[in-house]
Design a protein around this ligand. Structure first.
Ligand SMILES: *Cc1c(COP(=O)(O)O)cnc(C)c1O
Length: 474
């Protein structure tokens, strides 16, 4: 399987070549040159496989430069009951007839990013050892991504993590999750500034090519194809759990996905392109409705920082959706020149583009199953309250956005699977607002706020961070 850039660059690459890379040389994102098709007989064979073996079957369609036995071992080491809490790894929970929650947030940091990041940690360690190389991961986080990356990379040979976060601005629980890690290869850097300052630092350091090469700087952001393909697996696992075995491939399901950077739902799009019988892909946004606006109107309009709202589902607070270019590439018939002109030129110039006049946009629903909706703080609180009252289940704010929008798009007879993207303990203040009491805390997180913290506070600016990295790379 070869990978190509969404902006039409002529290079074709193998999986392990793009694994440690970010963007393609022309600024585009990598996608497989085609989606392998999974027929009904294959679906029937996959049903009933343990999650790790299902992951192996799907990944092996996309990875031809890691020997099968090694890849299977990596999957089995990643998706264990011990790390993800249950044998199912992504257990399905019925709320009521036709409406389910798929639990993607039972990994080490209690958010769905663990599903992909845990695999990425093992793939990185494997590939770096094979090459005899090292990598220093530099990132910026406001919460979920940074902790998922740190828990995936802790103790891994050949990898160091330098994670910047805005000093004092993450929730006490999120700070405790990250800063309590004592591993030698994990470095928490609290920047005196806001999240945008952290992102600017990462950009500035990455743009210093000499420094980047000398210190082998890499990233683990959501545009990484390996993260995306790891997420494809739980769409299949959700389908198997929500449908009965016979006859395979004729029964449809829908998914509702709380969305920010379009990474999670893009994996659903890939699963559907592979032939998984998905009726609808319901995209749910919060007040930051860049994507809902696109699917309603055909206009994609990047927001300015001042127009980006801080909400109670903060992991969906985006001004632009970094994986969206992948879907547009498929939508426009894989026309790399057109994608390059839209994302590489027009967005930079005008901050928006309009596909409402394109036949392709009008087919987004019919051909690709996409439909969208928006949820606000009041919706979130009402949904958390209602779900607790009627089903005795506490859901987090992001999952509440997904459930609220899912209810607007139910089809009788088609199971709706809402992806649960975090556990409520991560966003306790909103749960208290909705229910009047604290959410349940998993036993292993009891008292983490009191653990010793390992973090260095630095002034905002790339220079201080470069100095810190140089001092910690032996
Ligand atoms: C990251 C995240 C999202 C958004 O996922 P995308 O892949 O960026 O669309 C939603 N919910 C939670 C809890 C997250 O951490």
């Amino acid at each position: 399987m070869f990978y190509v850039s969404t902006r039409g660059h002529p290079d074709r690459k193998h999986f392990c070549e793009i694994l440690l890379e970010g963007l393609a040389p022309d600024g585009g994102l990598y996608l497989p040159e085609r989606y392998p098709h999974v027929d009904a007989a294959t679906l029937a064979r996959w049903r009933g496989l343990p999650y790790a073996d299902l992951a192996f079957e799907i990944l092996s369609l996309y990875i031809d430069d890691i020997p099968a036995d090694d890849l299977r071992a990596i999957c089995r080491k990643t998706y264990t009951t011990e790390i993800f809490g249950t044998k199912e790894i992504v257990p399905l929970k019925k709320l009521e007839d036709g409406v389910y929650l798929e639990g993607l947030s039972n990994g080490p940091t209690l958010a769905f990013k663990d599903m992909a990041m845990q695999l990425l940690g093992n793939l990185f360690e494997y590939e770096l050892a094979r090459r005899g190389e090292e990598l220093n991961i530099l990132g910026a986080t406001s919460g979920d991504t940074g902790s998922a990356a740190e828990y995936a990379m802790r103790g891994k040979k050949g990898v160091r993590v330098f994670m910047t976060s805005p000093h004092g601005r993450m929730s006490p629980f999120q700070q405790a999750q990250m800063f309590s890690l004592q591993d030698e290869n994990i470095h928490n850097i609290a920047i005196e500034g806001v999240f945008d300052d952290c992102q600017d630092i990462v950009k500035a350091v990455s743009n210093d090519l000499e420094f980047k090469r000398k210190y082998r700087i890499g990233t683990v952001n959501s545009i990484n194809w390996a993260r995306l393909v790891a997420q494809v697996v739980y769409y299949f696992a959700g389908y198997f759990q929500a449908t009965s075995p016979h006859p395979e491939g004729t029964r449809q399901v829908s998914f509702s996905v709380p969305s920010g950077n379009f990474g999670n739902i893009c994996a659903g799009h890939v699963a559907r392109m592979m032939g998984l019988p998905i009726e609808k892909l319901v995209l749910a946004t919060n007040e930051n409705d860049v994507l809902d606006e696109f699917f309603r109107t055909g206009v994609y309009r990047v927001r300015a920082a001042a127009d980006t709202h801080e909400t109670s589902s903060p992991s969906m607070d985006i001004s632009k959706a970094s994986n969206f270019e992948r879907f547009v590439f498929d939508l426009l018939g894989r026309d790399g020149a057109r994608v390059k002109s839209l994302f590489g030129e027009q967005l930079g110039r005008e901050g928006r583009f309009d596909l409402s006049g394109d036949a392709a946009f009008r087919q987004a629903r019919e051909r690709y199953g996409f439909i969208s909706g928006k949820s606000t703080h009041a919706d979130r609180i009402a949904t958390i309250r209602d779900t607790h009252a009627r089903f005795g289940t506490t859901i987090d704010t992001h999952t509440a956005d997904g459930l609220k929008v899912a209810r607007e798009h139910l089809t009788p007879g088609v199971p709706m699977i809402v992806l649960e993207t975090a556990l409520p303990i991560k966003f306790a203040a909103s749960i208290v607002e909705a229910l009047g009491h604290e959410p349940e805390r998993p036993a292993k997180f009891e008292g983490i706020e009191q653990l010793p913290k390992r973090v260095t506070v630095l002034a905002s600016g790339a220079q201080a961070v470069k100095g810190f990295i140089a001092r910690h790379c032996g």
